[in-house]
Design a protein around this ligand. Structure first.
Ligand code: WT7
Length: 645
């Protein structure tokens, strides 16, 4: 395919970059040979109250223990706010907010942001929130979401952000799991000209969340919402009464910073726990190197703060580096499909970071909506969330970047805290569709299904053999599950759940999940979660969910549903089930196809053979493979015959 297409580093990008080829090679070598020395230097990207002397103490064996900068003391908000203000950059713009409505925007300076964070931090204290307490955040893409996260960090509370597109059920289960005592939300969100009833959803969720004592409600749309006396507080009223100063709580490097729930192949979403020092170093290090961020540049990541990309690359990374970070409330195709490019021109964006699904959707609209804009300010383009097909990569490169901007295809995960595999724009030649090479201090490997390390140009399961500072430390209150999920498949190694290929030049090509996790429009979902939502419907007996290739979303959701005896498989019921899943989980989990299945292909021990279901969903029925172990091979013929789509 395109393995041979090599797009050389541009001299004008290499010049003055944070890592030209020579510098990158030196970093890679040093991080491998002398990790203590390397990270002792890199940790100085953060402001420490007490500098660490213990750098790395990690083991992937046995109980698995990961500690970085263990005896260091810091408050990450000092790195993100105070030091910029104290260093004379208080009037520099920290956040450019661009509203859903193209006429609404705002510029927040570092000084203003610090003040707002301190006021909310004091407000939280006044409500009894203490260091170590969990605070759930359910907000749209408004400045308050960054303020809320940082205010938690300021007082040492652990934030758990829940994507505003999640349903009341998804919200309540995430609140219940971490037993948060405070919820921060807004009246409503706005997206593509429509409103999202956040407070109403929260009220519904809170019926089953006895740990929540207080709710802080930001006024966003001004839409009327119910306020419960003694529990609900108006953000502005509460914060106006507070002091604009709040001393940063001294935190140990290994004290928790946040929990973020993510889907796995089994069970309920896991509370991925990240701590303060290592995560902060990784966010600052990768944001500067991968995007080659230079002072004064405007940087825009289009993710939602409800996902890890928003945490690391809208909030913590850019702010630690004193960047101007753009936060966008809207969607790519509203009011029309020039929106991204208009925003880039409007705010003179230099670095733009988005997802392949958005690129593919916009690509379908042709070049005209792009070419109406100048995009002259752009210097670097980024991609994240799912494999980017070479066709979309080349369109992004040629049409959006006018062949002037390198593309950083960044591979990472909620669990990794930040980017692990990506080109550094000043030093690594690109191949369309390849995430290229690991960052300094990242040690990926390919293993076969028995765990044997594979050498040379080959394909296999992607593992990481040693720790990096940004790695998750545990699953909140379930360390056993952490060890089981990530370190038991290939003992002694961190298993990513992804498959990958390494080519003749040592370049890495991520091929996608090899477990039962779906990636739909860059959103991660467990098949088990969707299945349990389906079987919760009174008419459903059994369900099996697999991914299917989808032109825009990357993967679509294909559900096989067995109804209870006497239930009729009607079109009305199909629609009802789609609506049911949307209500149970959220719109992102809506099945794209539902096939009525009188029976599912199972082994004699009762295990569903998903491999076969995936093939049928993908319409690759001439390569079903071995079906001889099936308890009843005839179900397969029925499923093939009644394939949907
Ligand atoms: C999964 C992680 C990375 C933050 C946003 C998603 C897939 C992510 C890439 C990429 C190929 C990618 C992987 C990974 N993925 N980036 N550049 N190329 N695949 O975080 O929700 O934790 O999902 O997204 O399959 O395991 P997440």
């Amino acid at each position: 395919m395109t393995d041979q297409t090599l797009i050389a580093v541009k001299p004008e990008i290499a010049a003055g970059s944070h890592a030209d080829a020579e510098r990158r090679a030196a970093m890679v070598a040093e991080a491998a040979k002398d990790p203590e020395g390397f990270w002792t230097r890199e940790m100085n990207r953060l402001a420490w109250m007490r500098a660490p002397t213990k750098i790395k103490d990690t083991s992937f064996e046995g109980d698995v223990s990961i500690k970085w900068f263990e005896d260091g003391v810091l408050n990450l908000t000092e790195s993100c706010l105070d030091r910029h203000v104290e260093g004379g950059r208080g009037d520099a713009v920290a956040i450019i907010w661009e509203g859903d409505d193209p006429k609404s925007d705002a510029h927040i300076t570092y000084r203003q942001l610090l003040e707002r964070v301190c006021r909310l931090a004091n407000a939280m204290k006044s409500l009894g929130v203490r260091r170590g307490d969990r605070v759930s955040i359910y907000l749209p893409m408004i400045v308050e979401s960054a303020v809320a996260m940082l205010a938690c960090a300021r007082i040492g509370a652990v934030h758990s952000v829940i994507f505003g597109g999640f349903s009341p059920d998804s919200l309540s289960s995430r609140i219940q799991d971490c037993e948060s005592t405070l919820l921060i939300t807004a009246d409503e969100g706005r997206r593509g000209g429509r409103t999202v009833p956040l407070k109403a959803n929260a009220d519904e969720a809170l019926k089953s969340c006895p740990t929540i004592k207080n709710v802080i409600v930001a006024k966003n749309t001004g839409g009327g919402v119910a306020m419960e006396d003694g529990r609900d507080h108006d953000w502005a009223t509460l914060c106006d009464a507070q002091s604009a100063e709040c001393a940063p709580e001294p935190m140990g490097a290994e004290d928790p910073l946040f929990i973020l729930y993510t889907s796995g192949s089994t069970g309920k979403p896991k509370g991925v726990l990240h701590t303060t020092g290592g995560y902060g170093v990784w966010a600052a290090f990768t944001h500067e190197l991968v995007f080659d961020y230079r002072p004064g540049e405007v940087y825009w990541c289009t993710a939602d703060v409800g996902w890890v990309t928003g945490h690391t690359y809208i909030v913590y990374g850019p702010l630690a580096n004193g960047a101007t970070t753009l936060m966008f409330e809207g969607v790519p195709n509203w009011p029309d499909s020039s929106r991204f490019w208009n925003v880039i021109d409007k705010h003179k964006v230099n670095i733009f970071y988005t997802a392949p699904t958005a690129i593919r959707a916009l690509m379908r609209e042709g070049e005209a909506p792009v070419k109406k804009s100048s995009r002259k300010s752009l210097r670097i383009l980024g991609s994240v969330g799912e494999p980017i097909n070479p066709e979309a990569w080349l369109w992004y490169y040629r049409v959006v970047g006018d062949e002037r901007c390198p593309i950083v295809d960044t591979w990472w995960q909620t669990e990794t805290g930040g980017i692990l595999i990506s080109p550094l724009p000043g030093s690594v030649a690109q191949k369309p569709g390849s995430a290229t090479l690991p960052l300094p201090g990242v040690f990926p490997a390919l293993v076969d299904n028995d765990g044997a390390i594979l050498e040379g140009a080959t394909e296999g399961n992607l593992v990481i053999t040693d720790s990096w500072p940004g790695q998750m430390r545990t699953v909140f209150r379930d360390h056993e599950r952490f060890v089981q999920t990530y370190f038991s498949t290939f003992p002694g190694k961190y298993f990513t759940g992804d498959g990958a290929r390494r080519d003749e030049d040592g370049y890495w090509w991520i091929t996608g999940r090899v477990d039962d996790v779906l990636n739909v429009s860059g959103h991660r979902m467990g098949t088990a979660e969707i299945e349990s939502a389906l079987v919760a419907h009174p008419k459903v007996a059994e369900a099996a969910v697999v991914g299917m290739p989808h032109e825009i979303k990357g993967q679509g959701i294909y559900a096989y549903v067995t109804l209870k005896v006497d239930e009729e498989p009607t079109e009305a019921l199909r629609k009802e089930l789609v609506a049911w899943v949307r209500k149970e989980i959220g719109p992102i989990a809506s099945p794209d196809a539902i096939q009525w299945a009188p029976g599912l292909p199972k082994t004699r021990s009762g295990k569903i053979m998903r491999r076969i279901l995936r093939k049928i969903a993908a319409n690759e029925t001439d390569s079903l493979g071995d079906t001889s172990t099936l308890a009843d091979p005839t179900v397969v013929q029925d499923l093939i015959g009644n394939r949907v789509g």
